[in-house]
Design a protein around this ligand. Structure first.
Ligand SMILES: Nc1ncnc2c1ncn2[C@@H]1O[C@H](COP(=O)(O)OP(=O)(O)OP(=O)(O)O)[C@@H](O)[C@H]1O
Ligand SMILES: [Mg+2]
Length: 364
């Protein structure tokens, strides 16, 4: 699977831009602030209907305009498809394939898998558990529509439950039957999330360890362990056991929304004990393992977006990463760098077809 062309309209700092892409490797060079990351984000958006930055859709519209539109032609084993995605202020986002609109986003997510490795990604390793849940959710949503479906249901119920707990506290009332009505519905979607996260983590762990040792040269022991209160108890039991605490906190204190992927370096938490270099190796190993698992699950290579990795990583890690990428069955790759010379030097060791694009002020 690859993207053979892309067209951006009013997306971030782009006015109108069409590009014919290499099926293998596409490089974007240019000065800071010219639009390299924005271009990768457009590819990310076309695949997942959301920005990698976490920005809401309205912030992706070019300043002063009222809509953006992204179009892309994806070539797959099953044929070529024209995808168009549009968002206008005050309206729902639209996504269509060959002119036919998807009524539900969950039927679209996962058709064109993608993984992005970006400098701001260190938050995945360093920040709180929310980032790691986002990582699990983003990966598993691409694997099965069922996961995303249950995630949306669970999140909606959780929101209702928390609002109710808050209202009880504000009004100094309590109505157990209202709470029970929600508590009866939450365990089913929660069980799906738990089972899929657990099964994913079991397969993810050895892959992650293997990539880490290849990138770092096997100096330290690392681990990524899935942690969930549901390993011990069902969600029904957790909700019942925590009811007094939840009323006091005015929110739901236990459940899949508190799961984590604990990252360990020589059995200690990585964010406390790892060096800068080790953090970067961690990040790359997490992303490459994510890529590999998605590739296995989807039986096609995801698109790989590498943003600014040359600037942010030391040369040894970059070379190891590139060697890993070339050595395996990677699919289409997009790379950005501010220095054309450096990019060309590294890319010239790449066997096969590639294209280099110069980005200047939202124009290529
Ligand atoms: N909604 C928007 N409307 C107009 N311009 C925008 C919008 N969002 C972002 N930009 C502009 O896009 C530019 C940043 O582009 P981008 O992050 O792609 O740069 P870059 O080439 O990756 O730079 P760097 O080398 O620093 O990473 C900034 O000038 C920013 O103001
Ligand atoms: Mg950038």
């Amino acid at each position: 699977m690859h993207l053979s062309s892309i067209k951006l309209t009013h997306f971030k700092n782009y006015g109108q831009q069409s590009l014919d892409l290499s099926p293998r490797l596409n490089c974007f060079t240019g000065l800071n602030g010219m639009g390299k990351t924005n271009l990768l984000d457009a590819v990310h958006y076309l695949c997942l209907c959301k920005s990698h930055t976490g920005l809401s859709d309205k912030n992706l519209i070019r300043q002063g305009d009222s809509f953006f539109r992204l179009e892309g032609v994806f070539e797959t084993d099953a044929g070529r498809h024209k995808i168009a995605s549009k968002f206008a202020t005050g309206q729902r986002k639209e996504i269509e394939r060959d002119g036919v609109a998807f009524t539900r986003l969950i039927d679209y997510i996962g058709l064109f898998p993608v993984v992005m490795i970006a400098p701001d990604d260190l938050s995945l390793v360093q920040d709180g558990s929310e980032e790691r849940r986002r990582f699990l959710d983003s990966t598993l949503s691409q694997v099965t529509p069922d996961y995303l479906h249950n995630l949306l249901i669970y999140n909606a119920l959780l929101k209702q439950r928390n609002a109710l707990l808050k209202k009880f506290a504000e009004d100094r009332t309590f109505d157990a039957s209202l709470l029970e009505a929600i508590d009866r519905q939450m365990p089913a979607p929660a069980a799906v999330l738990f089972e899929q996260r657990q099964a994913f983590s079991a397969r993810f762990r050895p892959l992650f360890q293997q990539y880490y040792s290849e990138i770092s040269g096997d100096r330290e022991q690392v681990d990524a362990i899935f942690e969930s209160a549901m390993s011990e108890k069902t969600l029904s039991a957790l909700l019942a056991a925590n009811i007094e605490k939840d009323r006091m906190l005015q929110r739901t204190s236990a459940g899949p929304h508190r799961d984590d992927l604990q990252l360990l370096l020589d059995e200690r938490p990585v964010k406390k004990f790892a060096s800068q270099g080790q953090l970067k190796s961690f990040l790359l190993a997490l992303r490459l393992a994510q890529y590999e698992l998605l590739r296995q699950e989807k039986q096609q290579a995801p698109i790989l977006l590498l943003d600014d990795i040359f600037d942010k990583l030391d040369e040894q890690r970059v070379r190891q990463l590139i060697a890993l990428i070339i050595g395996r069955q990677f699919g289409q790759i997009f790379i950005t760098d501010t220095q054309r010379g450096r990019l060309e030097e590294i890319v010239s060791s790449f066997i096969g077809d590639y294209k280099i694009f110069e980005v200047e002020n939202g124009s290529i």
